[in-house]
Design a protein around this ligand. Structure first.
Ligand code: AMP
Length: 216
């Protein structure tokens, strides 16, 4: 099964993914997590011309080109067995990418898809994103208001100093939300028409409840 997470930045895709990974691992079931955002952040650390361009795109809150995104995604995706369970977080983000993904699934015989649309009001999104802190080592996500680490500013798991993502400034978040509305919201129709979209109120539904409702 492929779980595709749709939702504006801050809707809780990463938090739900982390919860799902823990639940699967407790039951000794595999769950592959692919975040194109994480893949691009890894590229940004390289000393190449491409890395510089990708870094600038991320900092501005814009989307990386479909061509590069599809290539980066495909390279990662095809490393796994087509019987695995997957969470795709942040991919696809455009109709072009969604069509590419559908073709890839058919071509390489991957399983069925379920698309989860996490809906959340803009005011809540901005508050969540501006308070978000991440561990640069293990990528675990915290929040200065709603999910504080045990020791202030340090990761509970490896004690690393937490950082703010370079694109989590208010200015960049507003751009990312606008880009989402223009480029990614058409996917809601795309997947509705395929009959595989489930809309969830991500503001009022607790993560364990979303998990129970959606995951098999
Ligand atoms: P995320 O971690 O999903 O919020 O992604 C961070 C940034 O990476 C986005 O704001 C984009 O600049 C870039 N990015 C991630 N996924 C995609 C995608 N599917 N298509 C284009 N750009 C992407």
């Amino acid at each position: 099964m492929l779980y595709i997470f749709l939702g504006k930045p801050g809707a809780g895709k990463g938090t739900l993914a982390e919860y799902a990974r823990i639940q699967y691992s407790n039951k000794k079931k595999d769950l592959v997590y692919i975040s194109t955002g994480d893949l691009f952040r890894a590229i940004c650390k390289l000393e190449t011309k491409l890395a510089k361009e990708v870094k600038q795109t991320l900092e501005e809150g814009l989307l990386v080109s479909d061509d590069l995104t599809n290539r980066v995604f495909l390279e990662k995706f095809l490393q796994y067995d087509n019987n695995s369970n997957f969470i795709l977080d942040g991919y696809p983000r455009t109709v072009t990418q969604a069509k590419f993904l559908q073709e890839t699934i058919i071509k390489h015989n991957f399983g069925t898809c379920k698309v989860l649309y996490l809906d959340c009001a803009q005011k809540v999104l901005i508050e969540r994103i501006c308070g978000r802190r991440i561990c640069p080592k293990c990528s675990r996500v915290y929040n200065v208001v709603s999910k504080k680490p045990k020791v202030e500013n340090h990761c509970d798991f490896d004690n690393e100093l937490l950082i703010q993502r370079m694109d989590d400034s208010k200015r960049s978040v507003v751009t990312r939300i606008k880009v989402y509305e223009k480029d990614t919201e058409p996917l809601i129709n795309f997947y509705s028409e395929l009959g595989i979209l489930e809309k969830i109120n991500a503001e009022s539904t607790p993560v364990p409840e979303i998990f129970k409702k959606v995951f098999v």
